[in-house]
Write a protein that binds this ligand. Structure first.
Ligand code: ZN
Length: 349
């Protein structure tokens, strides 16, 4: 009875992209310190965890080249942190109405209505493409004339383990939740970060993220985004197919997520912020791809003695939330109905 009810609810939920005009948007200007000020904070925090650290302000190299393979050469121009969707749309059960088109969603943001843009980062993959949940690794350049370069991937669970799959060039959908760094993708000054030989507890991103939190007051929110390459091995998860039974506890979540120890070089894309604020922002979120078939959600390196990181980051000027806090999600409604049915069945026994 419970299963039939769940199937009926799933059938009622459509898979088409949501109309961006109807989505809830929130935009907030954030504090953008000078690059040199942030450079010092990142250097100091990384030195607490890595034996070799160098943080410099440089002209962004051409990041379309090996080893980064980005869809755009730079990270400069109108830097924006985007958080779309919500973990409530994934857990305890997925809300399959949550499919977003990146181009139309970004074109709604002030300043991005017509110009070229580059967006990269981490989110749930576009499940309608493969009819399965996956990790999305977004890496998309869109020109003002509508032409685009799509270097995005998805990582999915298959019978033999995991599989990395490149997006078709015209696949611009994202789903459920995600964290992106948006810019005009231009050349210009960025922060280059190199860190090797980790001796501390904090990994590459969490060192820098916590350094920002400790260095700036809560009313000065700082956000950075970009890409890094890790050489070594890393703990990475890939989400399994959507669960048909509600996932409520951390234990249930960790048995549903599939963890791998993946070899580099891994190219990781995403953003990190100094404060969660009343927006309840995610502190950091990076997904990685590679040219040797590995990819997924990055947690931390597992080879601290030999690990090497090289990253390029830029500072955001604003945060945009898309459909983060719409009213009670379908997912919660399904969970509520399931719970009520279970109680009813127990009562009838
Ligand atoms: Zn993730």
């Amino acid at each position: 009875m419970l299963k039939i009810a769940l199937i009926l609810v799933h059938i009622l939920i459509a898979n088409g992209s949501l109309d961006p005009e109807k989505l809830e948007y929130h935009e907030k200007k954030i504090y953008k310190p000078p690059l040199e000020e942030v450079r010092l904070v990142l250097e100091e925090s990384l030195k607490k965890n890595f034996a070799q650290v160098s943080v410099e302000i440089v002209d962004c190299p051409d990041l379309t080249k090996d080893p980064f393979y980005l869809a755009s050469s730079g990270l400069v121009g109108d830097g924006t942190i985007i958080e779309y969707g919500n973990t409530k749309y994934l857990l305890p059960l997925p809300d399959k109405s949550k499919v977003y088109d990146l181009i139309t969603s970004i074109r709604r943001i002030d300043g991005f209505k017509e110009k070229d843009f580059f967006v990269c980062g981490a989110g749930a993959g576009p499940f309608p493409l493969i009819n399965q949940n996956s990790e999305g690794i977004y890496n998309l350049k869109v020109h003002a004339n509508g032409s685009m370069i799509n270097e995005g991937y998805l990582a999915k669970i298959v019978a033999s383990g995991m599989e990395l799959q490149k997006f078709p060039n015209n696949e611009t959908r994202a789903a459920i939740l995600g964290n992106l760094f948006l810019s005009e993708g231009k050349a210009g000054k960025v922060i280059k970060v190199v860190a090797k030989n980790r001796f501390g507890e904090e990994n590459f991103i969490s060192s820098m993220q916590k350094g920002l939190t400790q260095s700036y007051p809560t009313d000065k929110i700082i956000g950075l985004g970009g890409a890094f390459v890790m050489n070594g091995k890393a703990n990475i998860h890939v989400m399994d197919k959507f669960s048909e039974i509600p996932i409520n506890t951390d234990e249930e979540l960790n048995s549903w997520l599939k963890f791998f120890d993946m070899p580099g070089p891994l190219i990781c894309l995403g953003n990190y912020v100094s404060q969660q604020t009343d927006y309840e922002l995610r502190f950091q979120h990076f997904h990685c791809f590679s040219k040797h078939g590995y990819g997924g959600h990055y947690h931390y390196d597992t080879t601290p003695d030999t690990v090497e990181y090289e990253g390029y980051f830029n500072i955001a000027e604003r945060i945009v939330l898309i459909d983060k806090n719409s009213a009670i999600s379908v997912s919660s409604k399904i969970a509520l109905i399931s719970k009520l049915l279970l109680i009813l069945m127990k009562f009838l026994k």
